[in-house]
Design a protein. Structure first.
Lengths: 211, 211
């Protein structure tokens, strides 16, 4: 899975046309992963809308990841599942879904180190900056710690930075050595989603670490 | 699975000792199924407390059913999963969890008939009476319709009545021909949980329909 640019999405409430257009636009701009998140949604809503998202992701060459719900990810034939510290432990996810890519949210070096018992396929590390998109996100990690932690965590699994990343600060996030970035507002609040995605990837090193 | 008496439980917040004592008491009174419900809980809470409930159910000879979350049911090694109309469709549950007993909540004859495409192992029918335990429960079905619908639904799968059932009205619910009843308050608000369960089963016919 190309982890370069994750776009998080709550598809419930979007019309089918909006959804299709949006995914086409972000794919054109260089998004590589769509993560469906909807903690407040019913399972049926996630299943119904998720089926549409999955089909469109396949059409536009995007990987499709489901947040938290391993059952929904499996039922929809998703490419991966992303879990947080309050979700199912990675070892249990591996047992249920051995063929899915598994991402794990970490917000401290301690959480990275604990995960060594059963490593995810990538870390979602953050929030890098203050963010309004996730009310329960903790204190911002900041650029200095992101750089330090990415060095430590990157030896275990690829790191995707998340939280408050915009076109203006994306370059300094890339310079921390992360393998990808994940955004919500930076894309969804942009009129030109393709341009927003392009701008977010602009600072990405062309040669991968170790490559 | 003996469907006679389901006790619904939100185990988060109970101490380990309370949980153990409660399950021992309801088992002694004739409860047969414990269904874990916690829509507001995190997946991690359901996993952690659910593991304790599962072990105790095995110890006391109770079947263990998880509400809504097929992934949690599978990860915990539950005996079954119970889904509502807003949860995963039964056909998708069957694909993910072919060995689990699957219950489906229905609150109308229409929902019973639609389910014929992929039948559950039992129907949870209700709310029979007004209930305070589930704020989003619809209009009460009432005894007359419960009897009528149980005749129709019972030809497809066993029927478990739920919603506002107490020791005082349990006998007339049993007389509708149901295969089981499910309760929350009637057990959890009772000082004597064993006595409450015994009272709830008192009106149960000794010979099963068709037996």
């Amino acid at each position: 899975m190309d982890l370069s640019l994750h776009v998080l999405i709550d598809p419930v409430g979007m019309t089918g046309g909006d959804l299709r257009r949006s995914l086409q636009e972000v794919a054109a701009g260089g998004a590589t992963v769509v993560q469906m998140r909807g903690k407040e949604r019913t399972t049926r809503e996630l299943m119904d809308r998720g089926a549409a998202v999955q089909k469109l992701c396949r059409l536009y060459g995007l990987a499709f990841v489901v947040n938290d719900r391993v059952d929904v990810a499996l039922a929809l034939g998703a490419d991966g599942v992303h879990v947080g510290q309050d979700d199912m432990p990675v070892h249990a996810v591996r047992t249920l879904a051995p063929y899915l890519t598994v991402g794990l949210s970490v917000s401290s070096l301690g959480e990275v180190l604990v995960s060594r018992d059963c490593l995810p396929d990538y870390f979602g590390m953050g929030p890098v900056f203050q963010t309004a998109s996730k009310s329960d996100a903790g204190e911002p990690v900041g650029i200095a710690r992101l750089r330090e932690w990415t060095q430590e965590a990157g030896a275990l699994a690829p790191v995707v930075a998340i939280g408050g990343i915009t076109r203006d600060n994306a370059a300094e996030v890339w310079q921390c050595g992360v393998d990808g970035i994940a955004v919500i507002s930076a894309v969804w609040q942009a009129d030109d989603k393709t341009g927003a995605c392009r701008a977010l990837r602009r600072g990405q090193p062309t040669v991968k670490r170790g490559g």
